[in-house]
Design a protein. Structure first.
Lengths: 125, 125, 125, 125, 125, 125
């Protein structure tokens, strides 16, 4: 039987974010459960499952969006972990932030790099 | 003899942006020539020449930054052309914008897609 | 038979944006048809159909988001029309922009008001 | 005798933000007292007292602006409390954030919802 | 007799923006006259008249804000003219934009410089 | 012998940011040392050393950019210290933030002022 959008999204969320994504969804349960459902169904079920970009490329795009937006420490934590989970190395993650410098300036990039520093350290145990 | 930052940057600018980049630098000549120099030396000479990300990956990151920032039609025009120049197909460029939706919403993505539409049409002649 | 997300969204899009929304979807057909599909299914099918906020309140929120983002003239044109379509008066639309001043400053609000001026004039014939 | 802008603003600030607003003004006293005066006179005295939008509608607009801007946790805390104070229910506040998703993406909305979660919990005692 | 905030603001607006500011206020007359009033009373009457920064310093700050925000071509046109009106030279205006590069990146600065180019040319006749 | 960009930048960084800048560079050493190098060479070596704006004017511009961007508490801490180091008084720093209000609204300015409050207190011992 064909999987529905929720099932497809949950599978993809697990593949990308591991238990980090689960924690976000879990933390929404008592306050805005539908927001969690939309993240699973739309972001992961509809978008991340599409062809034309592979998961590593999708995470490069996501890291660039989050760096540019700013004020996204929680989301960067999830997606730096996600990038590592789908096989992007630490050096390439840092280089993605460095490529953002000419377009968004140093402050946004510094903030992203400091989140990466914490994520890399938390995974080294 | 080793090339200096300006020469390295000019070479890379040509590789990525073709004559589109030249036009930007040219248009700065009588108003802010050093701004053109910084784009060549720093953005293209220092950053685009680094390893760890290839040119296609750098353009994916750049397109994502410009989409997220908004109000970057001129720069998107240059870098959608740049993305095509380094071998990224039209479908993949559009998919990069679609991957941005969950992080930046529809308006920024719509604006980027409409710039892509114009660039794709202008190159089809 | 129950309507699916696409049908629900198309109906809601028509209710809010009239033929302005159709034109956006139409203009995406040859470049990014799935983007149009996501706007209909997700934005209008999933979100605009929810209870807890009525359509007038949803348009107030949307106008506030677009004003704050900036660089959203096309989307403001669609949603100022949308706000009028769902029964919000011109004075209330302008007042929504004025309420944004303390939070986003004058430039974003001025830009939104000048879009409203054009929309109001275009509908007065 | 007619109230001046400061008196009108202080009254409105109390009505909307209760003692949360007072605390902000108080915390500015020794560093930037005129900033507090401008918030009272201009934001609350000039803007919040106007007709055409009621206080509930003004808070919906304000929550939407703050969500879109990002990096506004302190201000969201004040205005989520403000929204509750003027009679907007918890469900409607969350729905306001959900209506922002298509325009600003998930990260800004997630951050706003997590602030709401803390505010709702802090008021449940 | 003491001037009121509106009179003080109108005087300051004339000093800074010349007839450019008048045109903005004029263009608001039939759509949002109170927005024009708030710009005069609050921005120019309350803020620009304060001590601690002179008019040249205020215009440097304003140009930096508008460059960083983006999507502010109209406001940059007014305030590049304003900067010239209060005696800031063309070179210093361009240098202000160049100082923004490390903090906001090249695209925002390029857009501001191209507005300056048009303003400088329009005044050279 | 002529100093190179790195040496010029390091000197300027020390002049502006004192040991605060060193700490940022130091904290990047094990995660993204080249990011520190680019800040020294490009931001401080290439940009801060230019004529046309003096160091006080450059810090006014920088504070305005950081206030407008938002989510820049760490960078504001460095540059409020930097502004004090190059001789800008506390009152003038606060006034710079107040001049930003009409262009960026109260939330960004409030956040900057609260960072200044902490910096001023930390230096009063």
């Amino acid at each position: 039987m064909e999987k529905n959008r929720y099932e497809l999204g949950l599978e993809k969320l697990g593949e990308v974010d591991g238990d980090q994504g689960d924690k976000v969804i879990e933390s929404l349960k008592d306050i805005a459960p539908d927001l969690g459902k939309f993240i699973i169904e739309f972001a992961f079920g509809d978008i991340y499952t599409r062809p034309a970009l592979d998961l590593q490329e999708r995470e490069l795009v996501t890291l660039s969006c989050l760096t540019t937006l700013g004020a996204t420490e929680k989301q960067l934590t999830v997606h730096i972990n996600g990038a590592l989970n789908v096989g992007i190395g630490q050096e390439k993650i840092i280089e993605t932030f460095i490529q953002c410098i000419p377009y968004v300036g140093f402050p946004r990039v510094l903030n992203a790099v400091f989140v990466a520093k914490e994520v890399f350290q938390s995974r080294s145990f």
